[in-house]
Structures are given as C-alpha cells and as structure tokens.
Design a protein. Structure first.
Length: 73
C-alpha cells in the first residue's frame, strides 16, 4: 500500500519538474533576441529598467496584430 502512495507522489513531483522545464524554454514573453525592429512595430513610451543591472528595455507595439516586443536599449 505505502509503495503505491510513494510512487504516486514521486510521479507527481517528476511531472511538475517536467512542466517547469518545458515552460522555462518555451515562454518568450519578456525575452527578445531581436536587435532591429520588425516592420509594423511602433516605439512606445513604455520603458522598464532592471534595478540590478540597470538595463533599459523598450516596448514596441504592432497596432494591427496587438503583438508587443521587448528590445533592450
């Protein structure tokens, strides 16, 4: 009986670890490798500054698609 309970919780932990790894490599919301601005994107006034490194990140917005990209300045 206890063997099945331990196996169940171990499986849950492994599943959680796999989901975290997958989300870590597929979530690109705030990461951008773009160095130039694609066509159709407009510079906004939104700028965020990383308090530790001091790097500025500017937001560019595409009015047609609603997509936003973040490019470090």
């Amino acid at each position: 009986m206890w063997k099945w309970v331990i196996l169940y919780f171990a499986g849950q932990v492994i599943l959680l670890a796999v989901l975290i790894l997958i989300s870590r490599f597929t979530d690109k919301r705030y990461k951008s490798s773009e160095s130039e601005i694609p066509a159709g994107f407009v510079k906004t006034d939104e700028v965020s500054i990383d308090p530790i490194s001091g790097e500025k990140t500017r937001v560019f917005y595409n009015e047609l698609t609603g997509e936003r990209i973040y490019i470090k300045e």
